[in-house]
Design a protein. Structure first.
Length: 305
DNA sequence: GTCCAGGATACTG
DNA sequence: CAGTATCATGGA
C-alpha cells in the first residue's frame, strides 16, 4: 500500500494503470445507488471503522488520490484504516500490466481495454454486503435490484448527514440476523431472497462465516466451493463475491447475463453466445477472467457526464 | 399481454 | 441424475 498521511487529509498513490475518471464512470452507473455519492466529480462515502462511521471524500488526479474528511479528521489509526479500505476498494494491489498485455492481442478484449484503460474492479470490501448484494441481484433486472437495495439500506442501515446530504452505511449482519422474513417481504423481497439474506446474516453473526476465513483457504476453487455451500449462493454468486470482494482475478461468472449481452454485442451476432463458446473465447483470458468480465460489463453502459 | 432480468433451489421422473 | 417448476416484480 502506497500512501501518505498528512494528519488532516491523506494521499494515496495508485499504480500507473489507473484512471480515477473511469472508476467514477462505473460508480455512476445507477442513480439509485445509496452507498456513495458523486457531487461535482467528488466521490463521497461513509464506512464503519471501529464502531464509528467515517465520512470521506476522494478527489483524484492522474497519479494521486486525495482523501479529505468533511466532518472531522479521525485519529491516525482510523486514517490508516480508511487508506487501507480505499486501496482495496479500487483493487490497487493488482498489477494490470499482464492483463493489458494479454488483452492487446485478444480480439474481444483489445478494444475494451483501449477504451477504458485505467478502469479497475471496483470492489465490495464488506463480505456481508457482497454476498447479500449478489443474492438481491439474482434473476431480477438491475434497476429493480437497486430499488430493493435502496429500500434495504434505508430501512436497516445507518447514516450520517452532512451539509444536507445523507450518507448511508450498509446494514450490519448483526442487525439483519434479528429481523424476520416478513420485514423483507414488505420491501418486495421474495420469501427465498429474504431467507437467503437473513441466513447469511445469522451465519456471520454466529462467527461461522468471515472474509478472513475464506481468504485463508487460499485456493480459488476451494473458496468457491465453500461459498457455494452457503444457501442462496450458487456458482454465479460465488464468482461474483470472489471477483468483487476477495480480489480473485481468475473468478469468472460465466453464466452472467450481462457478460452474455456484452459478448453478443462485441461479436456482432444476433443471439447470445453459448457457454461453450464463451469458454472457448475465455481460454486466452486465463487468470484474468474477472477483469475481462468487468471491462465487458463496462461496455454495456454509456458514459455519464 | 409477453418475455427477460447480474440465479438458486426444490421437486419430479 | 438431468430436466422442470417456482420464485416475485419491474422494465422493455
Amino acid at each position: 500500500m502506497n500512501w501518505q498521511d498528512h494528519e488532516t487529509y491523506i494521499e494515496i498513490f495508485p499504480p500507473r494503470e489507473f484512471n480515477f475518471q473511469e472508476c467514477i464512470v462505473f460508480l455512476s452507473r445507477s442513480e439509485q445507488e445509496v452507498l456513495h455519492q458523486i457531487i461535482d466529480g467528488t466521490l463521497y462515502k461513509a464506512i464503519p471503522v471501529e464502531d464509528a462511521f467515517i465520512l470521506f471524500k476522494i478527489t483524484g488526479s492522474r497519479h494521486v488520490l486525495r482523501i479529505d474528511f468533511p466532518i472531522e479528521p479521525p485519529a491516525p489509526e482510523i486514517r490508516s484504516q480508511v487508506a487501507f479500505y480505499i486501496w482495496g476498494w479500487f483493487d490497487l494491489d493488482t498489477n494490470l500490466r499482464h492483463f493489458y498485455e494479454l488483452a492487446s492481442t485478444d480480439p474481444i478484449l483489445r478494444s475494451v481495454v483501449e477504451n477504458y484503460a485505467g478502469l479497475r474492479i471496483i470492489g465490495v470490501p464488506d463480505i456481508f454486503e457482497a454476498l447479500t448484494w449478489a443474492i438481491i441481484g439474482q434473476q431480477i433486472n438491475l434497476t429493480f435490484a437497486y430499488t430493493l437495495k435502496k429500500r434495504f439500506v434505508e430501512q436497516f442501515g445507518e447514516c450520517l448527514t452532512f451539509e444536507g446530504s445523507t450518507f448511508w452505511v450498509y446494514p450490519s449482519y448483526n442487525k439483519i440476523a434479528e429481523i424476520k422474513v416478513d420485514e423483507l417481504r414488505e420491501l418486495q423481497f421474495s420469501v427465498r431472497k429474504a431467507e437467503y439474506v437473513i441466513g447469511v446474516a445469522q451465519a456471520m453473526s454466529k462467527g461461522e462465516l468471515t472474509k478472513e476465513g475464506f481468504l485463508q483457504q487460499g485456493d480459488y476453487l476451494q473458496i468457491k466451493k465453500s461459498l457455494m455451500a452457503i444457501r442462496g449462493i450458487g456458482a454465479w454468486s460465488a464468482d461474483y463475491v470472489l471477483m468483487k470482494c476477495l480480489h480473485e482475478t481468475a473468478a469468472f461468472p460465466i453464466a452472467d447475463v450481462g457478460l452474455h449481452n456484452a459478448l453478443k454485442f462485441q461479436l456482432g451476432i444476433e443471439r447470445k453466445p453459448t457457454l461453450a463458446e464463451i469458454a472457448e473465447l475465455a481460454k486466452n483470458w486465463e487468470g484474468w477472467q474477472a477483469y475481462a468480465t468487468f471491462y465487458l460489463w463496462r461496455s454495456l453502459y454509456n458514459d455519464i457526464t
